[in-house]
Design a protein around this ligand. Structure first.
Ligand SMILES: [Fe+2]
Length: 266
């Protein structure tokens, strides 16, 4: 298997051994997650390993050492993730998903940006602020946000999030974040998010996950650009950051940007 993915700022090959970038690029370790290893999060776990990969990702992708240094000085991390074609035993392909924990000196968890650089995606935003307490998750809202190639989504505070590939081809996203604690266990404890998205031909069907005693109705949303958040329809996050390294400082200042973030959903 070998597929060339061409995007505005990055070209790479997806192969059976990982993501292959031009040798001049400075990249972190590439890791795969197999479909079979998604079993704890699936509506119908695989009975046998089908040996397919579900997603492959690289943490850190830079055109030069100098560029890498700029991200490091800002305390930011980027990465690219590719979700495979096909499905997970009837469900759309997805990654694991987590809540962001707290960083010292902050009362809200850090935000994070995802930009779809290839294919078609949807993200769950599962809002609950008691994810660190030893009690049932109190899910206040549950959104599925459709994000097309070129569009960006910022994750609001207290929203567990995962990416899904809802197209027929592979889906790739770029992400930018300030490192923070990640909490996967509230999701794995419930065998996934509040809904499972099944792919039946061209139709997506949402099925409630019975492991949540209470789950709000699923709201389906889109995203729009935001000047306030430096998210533009015709410019990538990578390009904007290259021109202005302060453009996304708000990711580490979550108390100041929630109102703006909530305005991008419609
Ligand atoms: Fe995250």
């Amino acid at each position: 298997m070998e597929k060339l993915i061409h995007t505005k700022n990055f070209d790479f090959k997806v192969t059976d051994s990982g993501l292959v970038f031009d040798e001049s690029m400075v990249t972190g370790e590439v890791k795969f997650k197999k479909s079979f290893d998604m079993n704890p999060l699936l509506r119908k776990p695989f009975e046998e390993d089908d040996h397919s990969w579900n997603y492959v990702f690289v943490n850190g992708v830079y055109h030069s050492e100098e560029e890498k240094k700029i991200y490091e000085e800002k305390g930011m991390m980027n990465g690219i993730t590719v979700l495979n074609t096909g499905d997970l035993n009837g469900e759309v392909r997805k990654n694991s998903g987590h809540y962001h924990g707290f960083n010292e000196g902050h009362v809200l968890p850090y935000a994070e940006i995802y930009e779809i650089i290839y294919g078609k995606a949807a993200f769950f935003l599962q809002e609950a602020d008691n994810f660190l307490k030893d009690e049932e998750l109190n899910v206040k809202s549950m959104r599925m946000v459709v994000v097309n190639a070129g569009e960006k989504i910022v994750i609001p505070a207290f929203c567990a999030h995962c990416a899904m590939n809802i197209g027929d081809d592979m889906m790739a996203f770029y992400n930018l974040a300030v490192p923070c604690p990640l909490h996967y266990e509230p999701i794995t404890n419930h065998k996934g998010f509040g809904y499972y998205i099944l792919k039946k031909g061209n139709v997506l069907v949402a099925v409630k996950n019975p492991n949540y005693p209470i789950m709000p109705e699923l709201e389906v949303k889109g995203v729009k650009p935001s000047e306030e958040l430096n998210l533009f329809a015709d410019r990538t996050v990578f390009e904007v950051f290259a021109e202005n390294k302060d453009a996304y400082d708000y990711l580490g200042q979550p108390e100041q940007c929630q109102e703006a973030i909530n305005k991008i959903f419609y």
